[in-house]
Design a protein around this ligand. Structure first.
Ligand code: TYD
Ligand code: MG
Length: 458
């Protein structure tokens, strides 16, 4: 019997198996196996090239290697440059993933339009006329952009080797195919093979290559997920397709941190950067109403003011509901337990709904005190003492623990006109005089008791 030429691959992690499996043994995902051609080496016997395209790899002391090789160039969108860690690295391979319709093509067109360097836009999805129309609508000078409407990988490789542009955009990776592979465009084999060749292209020509890839909500579709380990940088472009805001963040970055984030608004004339997250989340609208508190979190090095809202209502269930959005549910349960045990405010007869407005997810405990402030304000049906930014982690004994980088958060609060801040007493030595002078009141608190007295009586 002839040997089977196909294998089964997990579309999430790329794990290979000789037959279909319900659950991937490597990543544990269910129902992700798809049949695809087995990867065969095209030139048997010949050693594969290194990723820089050299025939032989040599052993060298690390000190002899020139670190300056990772030189960068910036695009017009400073939000994107920041997320990349300071601009595009020459010769790097970047994946920009996102759901269909989120605005990936719009973003890359704006990047190309504002680029001071040579570029090539490869489109396999839209016709040149469509792209021209969009460029006109976005007010982009069309003569700065070189367009190649192609899906055949060999034509793209030729064009890039000939022109050696600083940036190549492939929109999208799912539409490309390598004629040497028999499977259909968008299949696991094609995507993996095409990406491997683009990786070599990027390293040998020193062009930065940006791959646009579609992902569905659960990352199911054959595609970007299996590429994550091959590329240097993975960016995700997120946002509700019918809402105006979009967030770009790095999921992996070999040339920078992964904790930066850029915010855009989708307007009639393309994406425009949102400089301040506070404007975005309409802070202050909540002052004077109960169940609302403002806090400052750090996303990477970027401070952001966020509003936390709580709604407490009598429960009709034996186990009260604890519903959260943008916040860890078990963290909320813990905070309510602290309230019960240390402050003797029992909330077991009340359902709790706590939301972070604007669709942001809080991952640090510095917002604990603000969460409790919003909860208590809703329970008491009493607004907080005034517009204030509330900072502090709450410990199990009700103590208020120090938070990281208070100065950055205070600066952001001042920038948005907040004059009052609640801060853990442990942070007192970190706040410089200059900063303290910019505020009317900085209240330092040691314990939840003190904080509650302040917020609801002053
Ligand atoms: P698009 O960039 O085509 O998304 P993707 O490449 O991720 O599939 O943009 C999709 C949406 O963006 C489209 O539904 C219309 C909207 N849009 C605007 O609101 N304003 C604009 O200026 C442009 C170009 C698009
Ligand atoms: Mg598109």
């Amino acid at each position: 019997m002839a040997k089977a030429k196909t294998s089964w691959f997990c579309t999430d992690c790329g794990h290979e198996s000789s037959g279909w499996l319900g659950r991937c043994p490597a990543c544990g995902e269910w129902n992700t196996f798809a049949e695809a051609d087995r990867v065969t080496r095209k030139t048997p016997g010949k050693a594969p090239r290194t990723w820089t395209g050299e025939e032989r790899a040599e052993v060298k002391p690390l000190a002899e290697i020139d670190g300056m090789q990772a030189s960068r160039f910036q695009c017009g969108l400073s939000e994107l440059d920041t997320v990349l860690g300071g601009g595009f690295v020459r010769g790097s391979l970047i994946l920009l993933g996102g759901e269909p319709g989120v605005g990936k093509s719009t973003l890359v067109l704006q990047v190309l339009g504002g680029l001071g360097e040579s570029s090539l836009y490869v489109s396999g999805e839209e016709s040149p006329a469509q792209i021209r129309l969009r460029a006109d609508r976005l007010g982009i000078r069309a003569d700065d952009i070189n367009l190649l409407a192609a899906t055949d990988l060999s034509r793209i490789l030729d064009a890039v080797r000939e022109r050696k542009p600083a940036l190549v955009v492939i929109d999208s990776i799912q539409t490309l195919y390598d004629p040497a592979q028999s499977s259909a465009p968008g299949s696991v084999t094609q995507i993996r093979e095409v990406t491997a060749q683009l990786l070599q292209l990027a390293k040998s020509t020193q062009s930065a290559v940006l791959l646009v890839g579609h992902v569905t909500k659960d990352g199911q579709l054959a595609g970007p997920r299996i590429l994550e380990h091959m590329v240097d940088t993975v960016l995700y472009f997120e946002g509700e397709a019918n809402g105006p805001y979009r967030i770009i963040r790095a999921h992996k970055n070999r040339f920078g941190a992964t904790d930066e984030l850029g915010i855009f608004e989708m307007t009639g004339t393309g994406l425009s950067p949102v400089a301040s997250a506070a404007d975005l989340f309409r802070l202050g609208r909540g002052t004077g109403v109960h169940g609302s508190a403002v806090t400052a979190v750090l996303e990477g090095t970027r401070p952001m003011l966020l509003e936390i809202q709580a709604l407490m209502v009598p429960s009709v269930y034996t186990a009260p509901l604890r519903t959260t959005q943008g916040l860890d549910r078990s963290r909320l349960s813990m905070l309510l337990a602290v309230l019960e045990k240390q402050i003797h405010i029992g909330l077991l007869n009340q359902d709790a709904y706590v939301n972070v407005t604007g669709g942001i997810r809080i991952g640090e405990p510095s917002a604990d005190l603000a969460v409790l402030a919003a909860v208590l304000s809703s329970v008491k049906e009493q607004p907080l003492f005034g517009p204030a930014v509330i900072l502090g982690e709450v410990g199990l004994t009700g103590e208020i623990r120090r938070i990281g980088q208070p100065e950055r958060r205070l600066a952001e609060a001042v920038r948005h006109g907040f004059q009052t801040v609640l801060l853990p007493a442990e942070n007192k030595t970190e706040v410089r005089r200059g900063m303290a002078d910019k505020m009317e009141n900085i209240y330092y608190v040691n314990h939840l008791n003190e904080a509650i007295d302040l917020m609801f009586t002053t």
